[in-house]
Ligand binder design. Structure first.
Ligand SMILES: Cc1ncc(COP(=O)(O)O)c(C=O)c1O
Length: 394
């Protein structure tokens, strides 16, 4: 008996669906009901006093529940609304108008991040988008060669969102630091499914969100800044929460705090900070070691099952290079995905990836087999064809 399955009863949606989409939105823990009630109660009964009775501290305090999952310590994380905004906070610490103004990234990076950096060109950024020419991975040597003494920032995902390929972050950090550049490691698709050690890697920044593998729901993203940089950098995207004395309401320039509050700006997203905690607590209790072991067993079974049926798999075969998702590029994948959804098998489809199947610690081998069996049946019976005129989900 797989020990981790005892957690299934904490996730109501598992009773009704085959939930294989934790790469997109992790299942909601039932504890979220109580936490959102606690939020409403504190607002209803304590009113404005709730700020000093806990709310004010939450955008850093709740980060302590993310810290152990990425190898950081208490107090090292600030919480924001989404990952794109964490990139904005980080870039606001730098100036693209000098000779060191290059941003090196791959075309496999999550599109929102590519859009964000391309818009920074109006402030002087030069963006070198290293082409991958492959849906699964990019050429590491080519990427490293693009990092030079004019490079300012290297935003890179630890786990690529389409293929679940695990990037060699150590090599990138080493090259970037030799060149004097800063690395922003996006650990979104890795945290909660593979072991991560941001301190060991020596990354300058790490960012990610809680709504996927951490089962924390939308509205909370984390930003880790390396200890020795934390008080030196000065975010221009700032605000009164970052002030040493916010309630003095001093006018003029800001006197920023030296700790992680320095990276905050305006009023925090309190309801989301309440909602995210049950998922984080469960993930910490389950433990990444046990999750990774189960994840490898299930993703291996999916890769083998898809290959045995003759389907292309856009995910590394070697489990050491693969995180939690298997992208199955079967015929008519977009339409097959829609039919799976109508059968309560929750997965997604991405262009150049295929159907993404993402078992988590609460899934069973049987659910993986069932999903593959249903894809086979949908193709055999032609049930996919009724979706052929529908727009594929983006
Ligand atoms: C690797 C990665 N980075 C960033 C994002 C998006 O971040 P956000 O919507 O929080 O800005 C995603 C979302 O799927 C992602 O997979």
């Amino acid at each position: 008996m797989n020990e981790l399955l005892k957690w299934r009863s904490e996730f109501p949606i598992l009773e009704r669906t085959t939930y294989l989409i934790s790469n997109s939105l992790g299942a909601m823990p039932r504890g979220v009901y109580a936490n959102l009630k606690a939020y409403a109660d504190s607002w209803a009964h304590r009113g404005v006093r709730a700020w000093e009775e806990g709310w004010w501290e939450m955008a850093v305090g709740v980060g302590d529940k993310v810290a152990p999952l990425i190898g950081a310590s208490a107090g090292e994380i600030s919480l924001h609304q989404n990952v794109t905004q964490t990139q904005a906070v980080i870039t606001s610490c730098f100036d693209f108008r000098g000779p060191r103004n290059k941003v090196v990234m791959t075309d496999l990076e999550f599109p929102s991040i590519q859009y964000f950096y391309h818009e920074q060109r109006r402030f002087g950024a030069r963006v070198e988008l290293v082409p991958s020419g492959d849906p699964v991975r990019f050429d590491l040597d080519k990427f490293l060669a693009a990092i030079d003494e004019t490079t300012l920032l290297v935003p890179i995902s630890l786990v690529l969102f389409r293929s679940s390929f695990v990037v060699n972050a150590k090599a990138i950090v080493e090259k970037a630091h030799r060149a004097g550049a800063r690395v922003i490691l996006d650990v979104f698709q890795g945290t909660g499914t593979i072991p991560i050690d941001v301190r060991g890697l020596g990354v300058d920044f790490a960012v990610g969100g809680v709504l996927k593998w951490l089962c924390g729901g939308p509205g909370v993203a984390y930003l880790y800044v390396r200890e020795d940089l934390r008080s030196k950098l000065k975010p221009a995207l700032t605000g009164w929460i970052a002030h040493q004395r916010p309630f003095a309401f001093e006018t003029g320039p800001i006197d920023q705090r030296e700790d992680s509050f320095r990276y905050l700006n305006g009023t925090p997203h309190i309801p989301a900070l309440f909602a995210c905690q049950p998922g984080l607590e469960i993930l910490n209790r389950v433990g990444i070691g046990a999750i990774r072991e189960q994840s490898i067993a299930m993703t291996t079974r999916l890769v083998e099952g898809a290959r045995a049926r003759g389907w292309r798999v856009n995910t590394p075969e070697n489990s050491a290079e693969r995180a939690g998702t298997v992208s199955v590029d079967c015929p008519h994948a977009a339409e097959v995905c829609r039919e799976l959804l109508s059968r309560e098998i929750l997965v997604d489809y991405r262009p150049k990836a295929g159907i993404r199947l993402s078992p988590h610690f609460y899934n069973t081998q049987d659910e993986c087999d069932y999903a593959l069996g249903q894809i086979e049946e949908i193709l055999r019976t032609g049930a996919w064809a009724k979706h052929s005129s529908a727009l594929a989900p983006a």
